[in-house]
Design a protein around this ligand. Structure first.
Ligand code: PRP
Ligand code: URA
Length: 228
C-alpha cells in the first residue's frame, strides 16, 4: 500500500460515504498515481499517465457499470438469439473547466459520439471559493445521465457549484455520476452528504488539505500540469 510522508494539515477523520466508490488500489493504479504525483514528472508524461488513470476510471472503474441496463435480445449471424442487455437511457459528459476537460477524451474513447457540456468554474486564488463564469449544456440534459468530470476534489466547493448548475437545468440528482482522480476526505464527505443520491467514483482519497486548500500529498495544480 502506498504511503506518504508529506507534512499534512490535520484533517478530521471521515468515513467513506455509501455513495462514494474508490477504485481498487491495484499495483498498476498506485504506480500510475505515483508517476503523476512526482514533482519531477514532466508534462508529456503527466498527460500520458493521467490519461491512463482516466481511462481506468471510465472503463474499469465501474463508471459505465453504474448506468442502468435493460434486457435486450439480438439475433447472431448463426441465426440464434442472444439474450443480453443494452444501456437504458442516454448519457452526456459535463466537464468542470479547465482541469475537467482533460477527462473528455477518455470518456469519448469509451462512449461513442457522447455529447459534452462545459461549466467554467474557477477557485479564487485568495479565498479558494468557487466562481461560476459560464455553462453550456446539451438542451435535453434533463433526460440524460450526466457524467460530471473533474480530476481534483479539494474543499468540494467547485463540484457543489457545478451540481447546482446541473440541478437548475432539470438533471435529477440520482442521474449524476461524478468522476474524479484524487479527492480529499473533506471534499468527498461534503459533496456526498449534500447530494446523497449522486454517486461519486474516484481513483484515490488522499490525506487532507493544506492551509491553501490544496490536496495533500496531492499532485499540485492539475490544470497547470496537464495544460501548461
Ligand atoms: C481545481 C480543480 C477543481 C477545484 C477543486 O480547479 O480542477 O475544479 O480546483 O477545488 P475545490 O474542491 O476546493 O473547489 P481550479 O479552480 O484551480 O481551476 P483549473 O481547472 O483551471 O485549474
Ligand atoms: N486544484 C488542484 O488542481 N489541486 C489541488 O490540490 C486542489 C485544487
Amino acid at each position: 500500500m502506498a504511503s506518504t510522508t508529506a507534512a499534512v494539515a490535520s484533517d478530521k477523520k471521515y468515513e467513506l460515504p455509501d455513495n462514494a466508490i474508490v477504485l481498487p488500489p491495484t499495483a498498476q493504479l498506485q504506480a500510475l498515481l505515483t508517476l503523476i504525483r512526482d514533482e519531477n514528472t514532466h508534462r508529456g508524461d503527466f498527460v500520458f499517465y493521467s490519461d491512463r488513470i482516466i481511462r481506468l476510471l471510465v472503463e474499469e472503474g465501474k463508471c459505465l457499470n453504474h448506468l442502468p441496463v435493460v434486457p435486450k435480445t439480438v439475433r447472431t449471424p448463426v441465426g440464434l438469439d442472444f439474450n443480453g442487455v443494452g444501456f437504458e437511457g442516454r448519457i452526456c459528459g459535463v466537464s468542470i473547466m479547465r482541469a475537467g476537460e482533460s477527462m473528455e477524451a477518455g470518456l469519448r474513447d469509451c462512449c461513442r459520439s457522447v455529447r459534452i457540456g462545459k461549466i467554467l468554474i474557477q477557485r479564487d486564488e485568495e479565498t479558494c471559493l468557487p466562481k461560476l463564469f459560464y455553462a453550456k449544456l446539451p438542451e435535453d440534459i434533463a433526460e440524460r445521465f450526466v457524467l460530471l468530470l473533474d480530476p481534483m476534489l479539494a474543499t468540494g466547493g467547485s463540484c457543489i457549484k457545478a451540481i447546482e448548475v446541473l440541478l437548475s437545468h432539470g438533471v435529477k440528482e440520482e442521474k449524476i455520476l461524478f468522476l474524479n482522480l484524487i479527492a480529499s476526505p473533506l471534499g468527498t464527505d461534503t459533496v456526498c452528504k449534500r447530494f446523497p443520491k449522486l454517486r461519486m467514483i474516484t481513483a484515490w482519497v488522499d490525506e487532507g488539505l493544506d492551509s491553501h486548500s490544496y490536496i495533500v500529498p496531492g499532485l499540485g495544480d492539475f490544470g497547470d500540469r496537464y495544460f501548461l
